[in-house]
Design a protein around this ligand. Structure first.
Ligand SMILES: Nc1nc2c(ncn2[C@@H]2O[C@H](COP(=O)(O)OP(=O)(O)OP(=O)(O)O)[C@@H](O)[C@H]2O)c(=O)[nH]1
Length: 585
């Protein structure tokens, strides 16, 4: 009501003042005025009471005298509750001081009214943002009477503004944390946005970038270099290119640049620029290329064969040395697998070890194996294989290094043969014969079966030597070896165990069979002509003792010594004959 009265008082005061000034102050006018005053009173009362703006009449000391409906509605109070409250009760504590300061300025007449956004508290403590106008009501004499406070609820707008600011803040924080320079340029090439990345390279903060021309930011030279891309993006064509450049600190970078047009309604309004530092990527790409080149060079020029093989055994890459070793061309090998060139006898064991590698049981292996050269010959190789894994540790290829060791292998075989063989006759030497015989005896003792041994000694060999010479004696020895080879089975082992002493091992043979065989051999020997240069053909004979295995032959020496005894008997009973050993030691 006081607001109303105050407003009417102001208005009637104004009208009466005007009437006085016009010199027409008389009773009828005064009456008329009072009528107006009453009429206004009624109309303003309803207008102000139900105005959409909250209004309050407040004493100069801050006590609320009267509020309209909207004022109490905004603050969620009953009108009566507010009319006994003070400004301190409803102002937000953080805004109270400013409000009191402004009221003080009004009272001191430094200003007529003050408008500001301020926070109030509702009855239940909620914060309400209002647009607040405070004005001072003064008497005719100019004495301050009351304060009139008008408030408009702007909480929703403030919340939107706050949300917008939050979003902007988040977006900028996000864009500032992106490891790239991001900016927006309008058609006039003036900057409208830039993240903080530009400062490091070009020396401009995002704020300093705003409104600057593209040329000014990146410099004339770079601007000219990029002009064709700028023109293209302004035609609506997205751009992607790379540039090497030095930043303001003298550090050189390799950058990938994208320009994305901002098109609206078919018109290019501007473009987004994104500059990504790809220096490290470029360096690692270059290093990778270098190491790949190096690897290729090493592979190609390596003196040993090298091959990259897929897990399905297909060749993926081979060098010249590998082609030489295998006899196949690069193209041929690319359609072959390692099994295709592996000797069939080695393939099974080879595949087994490759499988262990693929299964991750082992990371590398080294073996000697046989390849089949394209021309069908056997190539012995020493092969070293290592598993290659991808970045996630999964096996994906095998790298193989292959050395041709055929010559070395041949030498080894020759040496081994020499170590086992009698140089004159080519038969097994004493040591090797004993090894084989011992092995055979162990087999029989374990699994059962027959085994016989014959000891053979040339008769009066000394006479042959003495009569025809040592050379003829050698020929006789070789002739005997050849005859044995000719007449005995492949499984029989023949050894020269002394000067003119020989031993023959007959696996799976009993005494009777052995006897028949050596008897035939004895006859053949006796009938064999040995041609000599000076004396025509000569003949020689041999005495043979045989022993068949019995369980009491616990070692080959026992079995052989029984055969030796029989040989002695054969010698003693006239030579050129076969004698059987008694069974048992
Ligand atoms: N030509 C030649 N003679 C050898 C070789 N090794 C041993 N002899 C000879 O073989 C002869 C063996 O003679 P003896 O042990 O007396 O036996 P033998 O003359 O055959 O008489 P019996 O065995 O009793 O029939 C010796 O004269 C040896 O020099 C050899 O490699 N070449």
């Amino acid at each position: 009501m006081l607001i109303l009265i105050s407003a009417i008082a102001l208005l009637t005061g104004f009208l009466l003042g005007r009437a006085r000034a016009m010199g027409r102050e008389n009773a009828s006018v005064r009456n008329q005025m009072e009528l107006w005053q009453r009429s206004f009173e009624k109309r303003f009362y309803s207008i102000l009471e139900y105005a959409s703006i909250g209004m309050a009449s407040v004493t100069l000391g801050g006590r609320i005298i009267e509020v309209n409906h909207q004022f109490s509605a905004i603050l969620d109070y009953l009108k009566e509750e507010l009319e006994s409250a003070s400004l301190e009760d409803i102002c937000h504590p953080d805004d109270l001081a400013l409000n009191l300061f402004n009221i003080d300025r009004l009272i001191k007449r430094f200003t007529d009214a003050c408008q500001l956004e301020s926070r109030y508290l509702t009855k239940d403590g909620r914060t309400v943002w209002v647009l607040q106008t405070i004005s001072l009501l003064v008497s005719d004499q100019g004495t301050p009477l009351h304060l009139i406070i008008q408030i408009q609820d702007i909480t929703e707008r403030k919340q939107h503004e706050h949300a917008l600011r939050e979003n902007e803040y988040r977006l900028r924080t996000m864009l500032d944390s992106v490891p790239a320079r991001i900016s927006y340029w309008n058609r006039e090439l003036r900057n409208e946005f830039a993240n903080s990345g530009y400062e490091e390279w070009f020396g401009f903060t995002p704020e300093q970038m705003l409104g600057r021309h593209f040329r000014e930011v990146i410099g004339e030279e770079r601007y000219q270099a990029n002009l064709s891309h700028i023109e293209a993006v302004l035609r609506g064509e997205p751009q992607l290119f790379e540039r090497e450049f030095t930043d303001m600190r003298g550090i050189s970078h390799y950058a990938q640049i994208t320009y994305q047009p901002d098109i609206s309604g078919g018109q290019v309004r501007g473009f987004f620029a994104q500059v990504t530092d790809i220096t490290q990527r470029r360096q690692s790409e270059q290093e990778l290329r270098k190491s790949e080149q190096l690897f290729r060079n090493v592979l190609e020029n390596a003196p040993i064969g090298m091959a990259l093989v897929a897990l399905d055994n297909h060749f993926k890459q081979v060098n010249q040395a590998f082609c030489r070793i295998s006899g196949y061309t690069w193209e041929e090998l690319m359609s072959l697998t390692t099994s295709d060139i592996t000797h069939p006898d080695d393939n099974q064991s080879y595949q087994a070890i490759v499988q262990r590698l693929k299964d991750g049981e082992i990371d590398a292996y080294e073996i000697e194996k046989r390849y089949l050269h394209k021309d069908g010959t056997i190539v012995w190789v020493q092969l070293t294989a290592s598993l290659l894994r991808n970045e996630s540790g999964k096996p994906y290829q095998i790298i193989k290094q292959v050395q041709d060791i055929t010559e070395r292998k041949q030498l080894e075989f020759d040496l081994e043969r020499q170590a086992h063989t009698d140089y004159l006759t080519g038969l097994a030497n004493r040591r090797h014969f004993l090894e084989l015989a011992e092995h055979e005896l162990a087999h029989v003792r374990r699994y059962g079966g027959d085994l016989a041994v014959a000891m053979l000694d040339l008769d009066h060999f000394k006479n042959i030597n003495d009569t025809y010479g040592h050379q003829v004696g050698d020929i006789v020895l070789k002739t005997l070896a050849a005859l044995c080879h000719q007449m005995l089975r492949n499984v029989d082992v023949i050894g020269r165990i002394g000067g003119e002493e020989f031993a023959i091992l007959f696996p799976e043979t009993d005494m009777q069979e052995a006897h028949e065989i050596v008897e035939r051999l004895r006859i053949a020997i006796a009938r064999k002509d040995v041609p000599t240069a000076e004396n025509g053909a000569i003949r020689f004979t041999a005495s043979i003792g045989i022993a068949a295995y019995t369980p009491s032959d616990t070692g080959i020496d026992i079995l052989m010594s029984r055969a030796d005894k029989a040989l002695y008997d054969a010698k003693m009973t006239g030579r050129n004959r076969v004698a059987q050993a008694e069974s048992g030691p």
